[in-house]
Design a protein around this ligand. Structure first.
Ligand SMILES: Nc1ncnc2c1ncn2[C@@H]1O[C@H](COP(=O)(O)OP(=O)(O)OP(=O)(O)O)[C@@H](O)[C@H]1O
Length: 270
């Protein structure tokens, strides 16, 4: 049996309860003097069956973290695992398959195909992969998301909230190990946004899914179990059982920390 300390040793595949893990995750864009260090030696464990939110000021590395954890972007240094598969070092084809088979994605723009109806959009990733849907699971997802009577509608015949629900069902359809949601409520009015957050919550609580959501909205983060706060490419804090108020308070502290630096810059001091 590994000791708890050994479990966190670099190079060791994560235990069962961890859906994704990063160790020393570093991502630099550009080279030489123009290098931007988007992620700076990030260590993170995404716990299975939980709803994790990622917050932080603009440019702090939230999207980069999500893209590196999801195998959508290469890393400059460090290691990333999805379950017990180390994804850093996988070839493009292997990564594509892994994303298709084991990860669900939800983006701010719903990315639905306009010529397909809701059901066809939901099963599209499975169809592309040549996989048959698990009908029982699909029924459960469709009912949980309240889409039963909308399945034959095309995206243009659905409201924004309904379209995002279809996108949510599409992310869930393959029963992925991990769902990444990038600002999933960004294009929605507050009521539809609340609905979608409620469905993501249900996906975790009732369907035992694991969700990682990038958001700017403290109210959205309040639906999660755990908020990770990023600043300048590092995880600087985390908060369990967040409320909109507590997240907002924490976010305000980033502004306070930044202000003196800005002042120093303006006065020409280093
Ligand atoms: N393709 C790229 N080329 C160069 N720099 C990039 C690239 N993508 C991101 N960056 C830089 O990396 C840093 C982190 O960007 P990232 O998009 O991850 O931040 P974010 O926290 O998601 O920001 P936002 O909240 O504004 O979406 C930023 O300084 C950004 O300018």
């Amino acid at each position: 049996m590994p000791t708890p300390a050994a479990e966190h040793a670099p190079g060791l595949a994560p235990a069962d309860g961890i859906a994704a893990r990063a160790r020393g995750l570093t991502k630099a864009y550009g080279s030489g003097e123009t290098t931007v260090l988007a992620l700076d030696r990030v260590d993170v464990d995404i716990v299975r069956g939980r709803f994790t939110a990622v917050m932080g000021p603009s440019g702090s590395g939230k999207s980069t973290l999500m893209h590196c954890l999801a195998g959508l972007d290469t890393v400059s240094a460090g290691q990333v695992w999805l379950g017990d598969t180390e994804i850093t070092g996988l070839k493009d084809g292997e990564l594509t398959r892994l994303r298709r088979d084991r990860i669900g994605f939800m983006f701010q723009s719903f990315n639905l195909v306009p010529t397909l109806n809701a059901r066809e959009n939901i099963t599209l990733p499975l169809d592309i992969a040549g996989r048959r849907p698990d009908e029982q699971w699909l029924d459960q997802v469709i009912d949980t998301l309240g889409l039963r009577d909308r399945l034959r509608h095309r995206p243009a015949q659905l409201s924004g909230g309904q379209q995002q629900r279809v996108a949510c069902a599409r992310a869930l359809a393959s029963r992925p190990e991990l769902i990444f949601a990038d600002e999933p409520t960004g294009n929605l009015d507050s009521r539809s946004g609340l609905e979608v957050l409620g469905f993501l919550r249900e996906a975790v609580d009732r369907l035992d899914q694991t969700v990682v959501m990038v958001t700017h909205d403290p109210g959205a983060a309040a639906h999660s179990d755990l908020v990770l706060f990023l600043a300048d490419g590092r995880i600087v804090d985390e908060m369990r059982q967040p409320t909109a108020e507590s997240v907002l308070e924490r976010m305000k502290r980033f502004d306070v920390i930044r202000a003196p630096v800005d002042d120093a810059d303006r006065s020409g001091r280093k």
